[in-house]
Write a new protein. Structure first.
Length: 284
């Protein structure tokens, strides 16, 4: 089960990167998050993919190229959806992305899981919701529900993008997929720049205010690297579901480093996640 520690590592890195990235939205727009993220992916992913793959790149077919291009395009919506509401609320909804990945993988990739694994996935997703929901009502959240739509859009896009990435990984391997995705990400951010005219002003990249965004993006890229490599070793349904516990890890990090307390509901959610991980492992 090589995919299992890779997916857990991705979730942990995404939790840390999400906290830093959300803090950086005060000075850096989602457009520039995408631009910097995609430029850095060339510097981080491509050398690693070449080294790990022995400097060999399988010739991709047109369906693979189209799948990676579509995945790169819809991944650009992640930072936009994350910026539309409180991190705990948005993270809870966006973390439902495995539902889309599971459905599409079941329909088009023929992935079939055991009964134990399906039960484990239900406990994982349910536990993630219990942990990540805020203890107190967020002012204005009930009146302005646009963040719900943005969160649902983010979940649908990420889940679909992960399915497309798994489709590519199955055909060219995880490392060739990384290289193609890094290249197409920059093409997608160029289109993003043309469409998002209101956020074209460059952020203060050489000031301390840019550091949370920079470190958040680097950590997020490291998590995405583990996540996409995990696709080469396990079903998309399981890899996506295990990695989706990152909102719960955000809460645990807050308890550890910010001395926040865990409520009974969050404790039940953590127990549900642990039980879900156990069932996924036993089912394998």
């Amino acid at each position: 089960m090589v995919w299992f520690p890779l997916a857990l590592g991705a979730a942990l890195l995404w939790a840390v990167g999400g906290i830093l990235g959300k803090k950086g939205f005060a000075t850096v727009s989602p457009l520039w998050n995408n631009i910097v993220n995609n430029l850095l992916s060339l510097l981080v992913w491509v050398p690693l993919a070449l080294a790990l793959n022995g400097f060999r790149l399988p010739r991709p077919t047109w369906p693979v190229l189209l799948a990676v291009l579509a995945a790169a395009a819809i991944y650009q919506l992640f930072y936009y959806s994350l910026s539309k509401g409180q991190l705990s609320l948005m993270g809870t909804i966006i973390a439902a992305f495995p539902l889309f990945t599971i459905l599409l993988s079941h329909l088009f990739l023929g992935e079939r899981l055991t009964g134990l694994q399906y039960a484990g996935l239900a406990l994982l997703l349910g536990g993630g919701v219990l942990v990540a929901l805020p203890n107190r009502p967020v002012p204005g959240a009930a009146r302005n529900l646009s963040w719900v739509l943005w969160g649902a859009l983010g979940a649908a896009c990420i889940g679909t993008g992960d399915f497309l990435s798994k489709f590519s990984v199955n055909r060219v391997g995880p490392y060739a997929n990384l290289m193609l995705l890094a290249l197409f990400n920059n093409l997608a951010s160029g289109v993003n720049y043309l469409l998002d005219r209101g956020n074209r002003s460059a952020p203060p990249m050489f000031s301390r205010r840019f550091l949370p965004t920079l470190f958040g993006i680097l950590i997020h890229l490291a998590g995405a690297l583990l996540f996409l490599i995990a696709f080469g070793f396990g079903p998309a349904s399981l890899v996506s579901s295990v990695s989706s516990i990152y909102p719960a890890l955000v809460v645990l990090l807050a308890v550890r480093f910010l001395k926040e307390k865990i409520s009974r509901r969050q404790g039940a959610g953590i127990a549900s996640i642990v039980a879900g991980l156990a069932l996924v492992g036993l089912g394998a």
